[in-house]
Design a protein around this ligand. Structure first.
Ligand code: PMP
Length: 579
């Protein structure tokens, strides 16, 4: 029997409010919340047993070592490894994949060899292979997916059949689509083709029963923090008989047997792959998380995600006009633990922020899956992701809020809950001004005879500004701002159009640098009136969106810098350095 109320009581963070409402946390695929037992295990470790492991001949060091190695035993058993020696502790799934790329890849791959990935991989399971390819001359090749988000198994087998694949690196569960890939079959086909299989288990370990040995996988990478454990600890399972086919990854203390000034011999795995002082408290916390999941029953955890995902998809589809749900329906092909969608006409940043104002946490962006988004013809999406403490009431809150946000972003109804009237005055003014510019942007009229044309992009969210200016006698005589983006980026472009038109180049530059200074929180020249642009200062409360607000201004600055160059030219991107 799934006792949601009892489970919720175990998560202290659910007791807090956000924006005056109950916290509805739907960002578990990024990181899950932690139950009390995990927090207590970490605290207890530091309060009672903290000491460095393996080397000390004193009580605390022995206790700490036992806590660390005991955690290894429990977690390895939970994941169906042959023994604790198959579990290497790392910081996270990313480090686990990098470890394999270096320790195995550097030794065994060379020019002409291939690493086979898929179009649905997280950047963590792509970039380490790109880097390996650079080091070794091997090639990264991707198996396509269907429009529904299902791996093309025929293409995978064909690629394997060509005989150049040495390693298949595949996610067990997609962090965007929830798609489940058939790991045992892929393992069999990979082995028949003489390749090994690395499984990215970052989204599978938190929700599905994993039997590493039975699955046939050779490596399995995961992060503890998505599975109710703390950040900073994760694991790499390595099939025992591969240990001697791998070189050490990082060198240093803990991983050696004997060191001379000329060289070293190495400890047995898994310690060979764990250089330096480990995150003992992290391992202890992850053990507690695993035991918590075991108490609930990992099959029941999987069923819960499936039920919730199914419910969420049905309600969203029925009640949010125009919504496009991504990925396969929960069942054998998908976990249900993530529900990702596109809402045409409403930017994911605006959705996430509108939901945040109602106490609901979701994620907006490319979710570290840019190739997948490109494949789906989208730049950014919105993702709600569940864990054991979520219930249908969370989904109900999401659906209700999403309907409101959609209405607000297409035609704001004054006084509707969550719109300007229930906010504090500065926030209300900000939203009123932004929405006014967003829905009726200035500067859209076609401009004749542009002398400068420039583009700015924010690859994180797909915001894009196309700027055309006509410079005459040292003035901006005409200006047109086009493009696509969230409400803040569009509104900011609209304000800029109003402020720059007719200015001398010197005035324009002064204004542009004042706006930049405003976003850095620096004082403005006393004689400069920024008018309604001043309300954008409020964006500083939301640091990730400063880039949205700056995009048009940066584009104009770069356009002026390049005035006189050939038309059209494309600009660089808004980078962190701009804010
Ligand atoms: N792979 C997948 C499928 C993921 O969802 C994530 C995290 N979003 C990662 C890898 C990387 O995890 P971490 O950042 O904890 O290394």
């Amino acid at each position: 029997m799934w006792n949601l109320e009892a489970i919720r009581r175990e998560f202290p963070i659910l007791g807090r409010t956000v924006a005056g409402r109950r916290l509805v946390y739907l960002d578990n695929a990024a990181t899950s919340q932690k139950p009390r037992v995990v927090l207590e295990a970490i605290r207890n470790h530091f309060e009672r047993s903290n000491a460095n492991v393996h080397r000390g001949v004193h009580r605390l060091s022995e206790e700490s070592t036992e806590a660390y190695e005991g955690a290894r035993r429990v977690i390895a058993r939970f994941l169906g490894a042959q023994g604790p020696d198959e579990l290497v502790f790392v910081r996270n799934a990313t480090e686990a994949v990098n470890l394999v790329a270096h320790a195995y890849g550097d030794r065994h791959l060379g020019p002409g060899d291939e690493v086979l990935v898929s179009e649905m991989e997280h950047h963590s399971n792509l970039v380490p292979w790109h880097l390996l390819a650079r080091r070794t001359g091997a090639r990264v090749r991707a198996v396509p997916i269907s429009d529904e988000g299902i791996l093309d198994l025929g293409a995978l087998r064909e690629a394997l059949g060509e005989g150049r694949v040495r390693l298949v690196a595949l996610t067990a569960v997609s962090n965007v689509l929830g798609t489940r890939n058939p790991i045992p079959e892929v393992a069999r086909w990979a082995h028949e083709a003489g390749a090994l299989l690395l499984v990215d288990g970052a989204q599978a370990v938190p929700h599905l029963p994993i039997r590493f040995q039975e699955s046939g996988a050779d490596f399995l990478a995961f992060s503890g923090h998505k599975a109710l454990g703390p950040m900073g600890i994760g694991g790499l399972l390595v099939r025992r008989d591969l240990h001697d086919r791998m070189d050490p990854f990082l060198g240093g203390g803990e991983m050696i047997r004997e060191v001379t000034l000329e060289g070293a011999t190495f400890a047995d795995p898994p310690h060979r792959f764990e250089a330096g002082t480990p995150d003992v408290a992290g391992a202890v916390g992850l053990r507690a998380a695993v035991e918590f999941l075991e108490t609930l029953g990992i099959e029941a955890v999987a069923d819960h995600a499936m039920r919730l995902g199914t419910y969420a998809r049905r309600r969203l589809q029925e009640e949010v006009p125009g919504i496009r749900l991504l990925g396969p329906v929960p069942g054998p092909a998908a976990t249900g633990s993530v529900v990702t969608f596109d809402l045409p006409g409403v930017h994911p940043h605006d959705i996430a922020q509108g939901l945040d104002r109602r106490g609901i946490a979701v994620r907006a962006g490319h979710h570290c899956c840019q190739p997948l988004h490109r494949r789906l013809g989208l730049v950014a999406t919105t993702r709600a992701s569940f864990h054991v403490f979520n219930g249908e009431d969370d989904v109900d809150a999401l659906v209700e809020a999403l309907v409101e946000v959609r209405r607000e972003m297409t035609a704001p109804a004054a006084g509707a809950p969550g719109t300007a009237r229930d906010a504090e005055p500065a926030d209300a003014l900000f939203r009123e001004v932004v929405m006014d510019h967003y829905l009726h942007p200035a500067g859209r009229e076609p401009l004749e005879q542009a002398t400068v044309e420039w583009e700015g992009r924010n690859p994180l969210c797909g915001d894009h500004v196309h700027l055309r200016m006509r410079l005459e006698d040292g003035r901006i005589a005409g200006l047109q701002v086009d493009g696509e983006g969230c409400s803040i980026s569009v509104a900011s472009g609209s304000m800029m159009a109003e402020h720059l038109r007719g200015r001398t180049l010197e005035e324009a530059r002064r204004l542009l640098s004042a706006v930049r200074a405003m976003f850095r929180g620096e004082p403005l020249p006393g004689d400069l009136d920024l008018g309604d642009v001043k309300v954008l200062e409020k964006v500083r409360d939301l640091p990730v969106r400063v880039k949205c607000a700056l995009l048009a201004w940066t584009t104009a600055e770069e356009g002026l810098d390049h005035a006189g160059a050939e038309v059209p030219r494309t600009a660089g991107e808004v980078s962190d350095g701009h804010a």
